[in-house]
Ligand binder design. Structure first.
Ligand code: FNR
Length: 361
């Protein structure tokens, strides 16, 4: 690629050039046939706009609030594991970029920097993503550490009782690097060194018995609001509101878990309708353009999260790269709002987009 990247997708190529194949494959890959990986992006392309004209767009304001925290744009950092594989400064660089971009970072349980290191390195608003391990005490300790260190919410990931089958990782025998956050809590030693070592580790450590009643357990050990990440159906959206979560993330884990789940943007409305405004709904998966952010908001999301774009920015250019990724998406969102006749986030409505099979009368 010639010159500086001009969009988020171009960071992917830079990341590919910067990273060893094993790590690039880990970041970019999806599960099995990677149907969902492609769909997450393609489904956004099938949604078109119904722009409104002659609206005063001399002032565009895309700031918003998430759980009461004001952020500069409805775009947050999705939790993704092991940032030191992308850049030596790891999650600290990501968190600084989130702070500079005035947005929220969700720190992964599987982070290469600890909860404490990330907290003390910047003043970004931080949420903590939780995986529940077989030893429930580990989850309790992680949650307490997050709470003590000023994280504002727990994001419970519910789509990964076992790790999805990521075939590139199996071929590459993907390693488990040091995961500082789990030091002294979970052993990352794996007996079997065939296939993906990471998969072996995850499948040995994750608690496959986690179920709905455990949300009550989680609520009993923390005062923080709990978001549930990995909802794809109206049935589960309704259950989630019944058990008292503070928000729902429509997510298929960036297509890394169950292949042939639908693109998240195609099930967003189903979830939004089921939730009926009781709690905010967020979306991740395939967001690569400001137009994608706009489409998600039009279909009812309060904000989106981005996973791979952050990691690619980090791999290519460290903290600066992540800042740049956010800046590009914000610039594109601003332009989309201006050209659609929506000066404020609340002006973006369902009638500003058209989905594939929809007839407009
Ligand atoms: C993830 N994701 C993820 N989710 C989670 O809850 N905990 C985690 O540790 C990770 N780790 C992780 C690593 C990598 C390399 C990727 C790409 C993703 C999923 C992530 O939070 C999010 O759902 C997706 O990344 C969103 O899709 P896009 O933006 O990558 O298309």
């Amino acid at each position: 690629m010639e010159g500086e990247p001009v969009n988020v997708n171009e960071f992917q190529e830079l990341a590919r050039q910067a990273l060893p194949k094993m790590y690039y494959d880990y970041y970019s890959g999806g599960a099995e046939d990677q149907y969902t990986l492609k769909e997450n992006v393609e489904a956004f392309r099938r949604i078109t706009f119904r722009p409104r004209i002659l609206v005063d767009v001399s002032r565009i304001n895309f700031s918003t609030t998430v759980l009461g925290y004001k952020i500069s744009a409805p775009i947050m950092v999705a939790p993704s594991a092991m940032h030191k594989l992308a850049h030596p400064e790891g999650e600290i660089a990501t968190a600084r970029a989130a702070a500079a971009s005035n947005t929220i970072m969700v720190l992964s349980s599987m982070s290469s920097c600890s909860i404490e290191e990330v907290a003390s390195s910047c003043n970004a608003i931080r949420f903590f993503q939780l995986y529940v391990y077989k030893n429930r005490d580990v989850a309790a300790q992680l949650v307490q550490r997050a709470e003590r260190n000023g994280y504002k919410a727990i994001v419970l990931t519910v789509d990964a009782p076992m790790l999805g089958r990521r075939e590139a990782d199996i071929k590459n025998k993907m390693i488990v690097p040091p995961i500082k956050n789990l030091e002294g809590l979970v052993s990352t030693e794996v007996d079997n060194d065939e296939g993906s070592i990471l998969e072996g580790f995850a499948n040995g450590a994750l608690d496959t018995s986690l179920c709905w009643r455990d949300i009550g357990w989680l609520r009993s050990i923390t005062n923080l609001p709990i978001l549930i990440k990995g909802v794809l159906t109206r049935e589960d959206a309704i259950k989630a509101t019944e058990v008292g979560v503070a928000g729902i993330v429509v997510s298929n884990h960036g297509a890394r878990q169950l292949d042939y789940t639908p693109a998240t943007i195609t099930v967003l409305e189903e979830v939004v309708h089921a939730v009926g405004g009781k709690v905010p709904v967020f979306l991740d998966g395939g967001v690569r353009r400001g137009t994608d952010v706009f489409k998600a908001l039009a279909l009812g999301a309060q904000a989106v999260l981005i996973g791979r774009p952050v990691v690619y920015g980090l791999a290519a250019k460290g903290e600066y790269g992540v800042r740049k990724v956010f800046q590009m998406l914000k610039d594109e969102l601003e332009l989309t709002m201006a050209l659609s006749g929506c000066p404020n986030v609340k002006d973006i409505t369902r009638s500003h987009v058209k989905t594939e099979h929809e007839k407009i009368h």
